[in-house]
Ligand binder design. Structure first.
Ligand SMILES: Nc1ncnc2c1ncn2[C@@H]1O[C@H](COP(=O)(O)OP(=O)(O)OP(=O)(O)O)[C@@H](O)[C@H]1O
Length: 327
């Protein structure tokens, strides 16, 4: 910890405190996430740190994912992760814009392209983020986005050879996919793409799409908004712990998403409704979403990244040598 001079606290969440700091050796501004508790003997904490660090480490080098510089664990300072400092968060930017002020469609497309590029890269590496929301998206000085907070992330069963079940619940309530609300413990990257659909809707309307007050209220809002007709036909539906809930039997009108976004282009709505498909097997993957006309037609070429955000994983950002990962 002696290498870092603390500047200010920038965030505090379930798993720890995040500080803005200066690396005394390089002068670089970094973000230090110090995990709650010690670091020495706490086994759960150590496991959490290792999991977060491993996921971040796997994702290093992608311009749309926050860059891990180092992970440390020692008796005196406890456990902490050092990342590139990027800010403010998308949530802060949207709060400052003021509630109900939508982002124009072309700008929403530019931002969604970056989030989907980051998600597609993560998913390709077998990493599920499991807590995508505007607070966990950082906006850099060029207006480009980086996904952060891998505190809930884990490698997918397919990537490790270890079978699900995974933990449930994951993902902050307003961004939580229907299958999670129904108690699924065998979910996949669709939980992240649903959250990205919620973020897209929030960009386009200037307000959270599904601000539920409880898990059941959240599920009810999701079904009322995107329709739930086909959910019961999903082959895995019957095995979901909450499949018998009265909410699943209630008859509902079809999706009202189109009426909520009347000005959105057909191509834009194709992506929005694809990300927010209630049935996980009908939901767009991040990679598929990027192949839809909204992103591939000639008009969208004007919103290419403002810096290197289209770069592939193997290309390192800025050429800064990262510290050794010491976990
Ligand atoms: N690399 C970073 N640069 C700048 N700010 C960051 C960085 N990483 C995290 N933050 C800010 O700090 C906040 C809290 O960090 P993080 O989400 O990783 O902690 P957490 O304990 O897991 O929080 P939560 O419980 O809310 O998910 C983030 O929402 C973000 O605004």
């Amino acid at each position: 910890m002696e290498h870092y001079e603390r500047i200010e606290k920038i965030g505090e969440g379930a798993s720890g405190v995040v500080y803005k700091a200066r690396d005394r050796r390089t002068g670089a501004t970094v973000a230090i996430k110090r995990l709650r508790g010690g670091g020495g003997d706490d086994e759960q904490l150590s496991e959490d740190l290792v999991r977060e660090a491993r996921c971040l480490e796997a994702c290093r080098g992608h311009p749309c994912l926050v860059e891990l510089r180092a992970a440390h664990r020692d008796a005196a300072a406890g456990a902490f992760l050092v990342m590139d400092y990027v800010g403010p968060s998308m949530a802060q930017v949207m709060r400052e814009r003021g509630a109900g002020r939508p982002v124009p469609e072309a700008e929403a497309r530019r931002l969604m392209r970056q989030l989907l590029e980051g998600a597609a890269a993560m998913h390709d590496l077998g990493v599920l983020h499991r807590d995508l929301k505007p607070d966990n998206v950082l906006v850099d000085g060029h207006g480009n986005l980086k996904i952060c907070d891998f505190g809930m992330s884990r490698f997918a069963a397919a990537a490790t050879g270890h079978a699900a079940p995974y933990t449930s619940p994951v993902v902050t309530l307003w961004y939580r996919a229907p299958e999670l609300l129904l108690g699924s413990r065998e979910y996949d990257a669709g939980v992240d793409t649903w959250a990205l659909g919620c973020i897209m809707a929030e960009l386009l309307s200037g307000a959270p799409l599904l601000p539920g007050r409880s898990e059941m209220d959240q599920l009810n809002r999701a079904f009322d908004t995107v329709g739930a007709d086909d959910m019961a036909d999903w082959p895995r539906f019957a095995r979901l712990p909450r499949a018998g809930s009265p909410l699943c039997r209630k008859s509902r009108p079809p999706s009202r998403l189109r009426d909520m976004f009347p000005a959105l282009s057909t191509a834009g709505f194709d992506v929005l409704s694809g990300l927010l498909a209630c049935r996980p097997d009908r939901r767009l993957t991040a990679a598929d979403a990027l192949r839809r006309p909204w992103f591939t037609d000639a008009e969208s070429s004007a919103d290419q990244p403002r810096n290197a955000c289209g770069a592939r994983l193997s290309e390192r950002v800025g050429g800064v040598a990262a510290d050794a990962i010491v976990v």
